[in-house]
Ligand binder design. Structure first.
Ligand code: 5GP
Length: 200
């Protein structure tokens, strides 16, 4: 288990924290409840936000979009660093939705169900350039759903940031091939029951 040589700052720290504090669960799930999900390491979260701000400083982003619940702390941290508003898509099991929302069906990798994901139309407009942020990128359903919502609104996608990409589940590479800019703070290339290997 090694992190990238010469790697520094929050990207290196993300790999180190995954190795030290992450727990590998069955079915290719990584639990990071100690610092990213259920419990938030706030100084680290601040660094993550600042790193995202650096990555997108020249991209004229107008708004950050994420999905509830675990994307919110990362998006808000980036929002503070970029001085931008954050919008989060809500998940609702009901198929009855009112006319003034953009909505899309998103399959949840961790819960194994489908959620009708919604954003009020008043929160995204055609002149927005949106940075999409989430905690994990696995098969890509969450990001595809959020991209769909941005495109329904006629707005532009500046790019997508995932705190952790599980490269072996291929969503990230599929999105990159389709031309989307995908920046992940750590990319796990391989994850067995006992070992994690990062993409170089
Ligand atoms: P995707 O839609 O790309 O298949 O999966 C991403 C979504 O599922 C994220 O919003 C995240 O909440 C959840 N997720 C996927 N894989 C993991 C994982 O290994 N650990 C955790 N904690 N969440 C995951």
């Amino acid at each position: 288990m090694q992190t990238r040589k010469g790697w520094s700052g929050p990207l290196k720290k993300m790999e180190e924290k995954i190795l030290k504090e992450g727990k590998i669960l069955p079915g290719g799930v990584l639990k990071v409840g100690n610092f990213l999900n259920q419990q938030i390491d706030t100084p680290f979260m601040k660094e993550i936000g600042e790193e995202i701000a650096k990555m997108y400083k020249d991209d004229e982003v107008t708004k950050i979009l994420t999905i509830e619940a675990s994307g919110i702390p990362i998006a808000v941290s980036a929002g503070f660093a970029m001085n931008l508003p954050v919008v989060y898509a809500k998940k609702n099991k009901s198929s009855n939705i009112s006319g003034d929302v953009y909505s899309v069906m998103v399959h949840s990798f961790t819960h194994g169900n489908n959620n009708n994901v919604m954003v009020g139309k008043e929160y995204i407009s055609p002149d927005d350039k949106i940075l999409i942020v989430d905690d994990f990128l696995a098969h890509g359903s969450a990001l595809y759903g959020l991209i769909d919502i941005v495109e329904q609104a006629g707005a532009k996608v500046a790019g997508c940031v995932a705190a952790v990409e599980k490269g072996f589940q291929l969503g990230g590479d599929k999105l990159r091939k389709e031309g989307y800019r995908i920046d992940s703070l750590a990319i796990i290339e391989e994850m067995t029951d006992s070992e994690i290997r990062f993409r170089k």
